[in-house]
Design a protein around this ligand. Sequence first.
Ligand code: CTP
Length: 456
Amino acid sequence: MTSLPAVNQSKEASASARAEATRVVLIVAGGIAAYKAPDLVRKLIAVGCEVQVVTTPAASAFCTELSLATVSGRPVRQSLLDAAEEGRVGHIEIADWAELVLVAPATADIMARAAAGVANDLATTILLATRAPVLWAPAMNSNMWSHPATQANLELLRARGAAFVGPDRGELACGWIGEGRMIDPPTIAAAARALVDRQPHPDLRSRASQDARTSWAGRKLVVTAGPTRAYLDPVRFISNASTGAMGFAIARAAAERGAEVVLVAGPVALETPPGVQRVDVETGAQMLEACEDTLQDANVDLVAMVAAVADLIPAEPSPGKLGKDRVLESFLAMRWRAEVDILATLTSRHQPRTRFLGFAAQTVDASARANDDERVSAELRRLGQAKLERKGCDALFVNRVGVPGVGFGSPTNAGLMLFAEGGEPVDAGGPRPKLALAEWMLDQLAARWWPGEGGS
Ligand code: CTP
């Protein structure tokens, strides 16, 4: 269906309104970045698109209908209750017409409504009705972006096949500096073009492309995630703050790419990703045993050892619950031993048949703690390199803990990937949502270890 009316064609619009122009519905939501929407329309036209703009009512406060209509050469649509348009069921007509739906700026509100399947205005109705790919360019305050609700909506939309570009880091309209800035219009236009053409684009946080999926198809992975527990008596234990989110994200991303994934999970409150086989454990010894069971039975391509294993365990935990009167005395008298090093044990037994990805959550030395990015990065490299060698793993992802947006409990993460074969460590950028980071890691590993099989 290509019959939506074009009026007031601008010079740029008419120049590119060739038969093969890509039909883009641009949904402009109500955020300050909406003032960039006319420029975005121009950039989309410049990369060979014709653009139908749809605004939410709040968007009108930031950007005029007149400027959007002028640059796009089409009347802007906003109302779902427009008698003339809806006589032809206009919202379905627009949804069907689109080859790509682009939401820019995408506010936390429109992401939440789309994730919930709400269709209470023309924009969200189109998002529900369209079968075209959807590209989101989020823009919001950094706290709103990193809020678990927004991150959950992001993951839900991505799991349903949506692609994301941005947000960027930088100064925000609210005065904050952080992640949440809408990525610049030329990059959004290039990412939109790449998505339609099914080409890779460095800023596109899409679900795995078909190629990247096949590079992992048929591979077998063991992923460990979450904390382990060191029991002192049958009811008390020592553990750590790991939520398992990073390991679960890797398991999900690999399974989405067609890998067979066994997820060995410590005690966490997370749902098993679709298509993943899960084995629940509590202690380090159980985790080692569960990994060994799979490694003995099958040709495992990769073990991703993401779990935060408790370092010390009581040599002789009390068989009975220690009463309150004896607990302090018993704890102080307890002898401790080091927990088995699962990663070092497995690498010594199963390399080179299986490759190993280790993780290291590090705090940096006080002398490098100042906001001196270079010193912090050098310190992380040094600590990561030492751990990579000590554990004998093939790659190691090192992240700095104790800073906002990174590590345990955070929906986002950032860090460096080091490789045993040498070369410069690769910085993951970010902080990025853990699922996006997981995809980045899978791309990095496939590109190094299985080149020509779809790694990007
Ligand atoms: N690891 C493991 N078994 C352990 C401890 C850690 O397999 N008993 C793994 C982790 O899953 C991770 C890597 O080793 O992949 C590094 O873990 P980390 O806790 O950073 O290292 P530690 O060996 O505990 O060293 P340190 O506490 O001195 O930093």
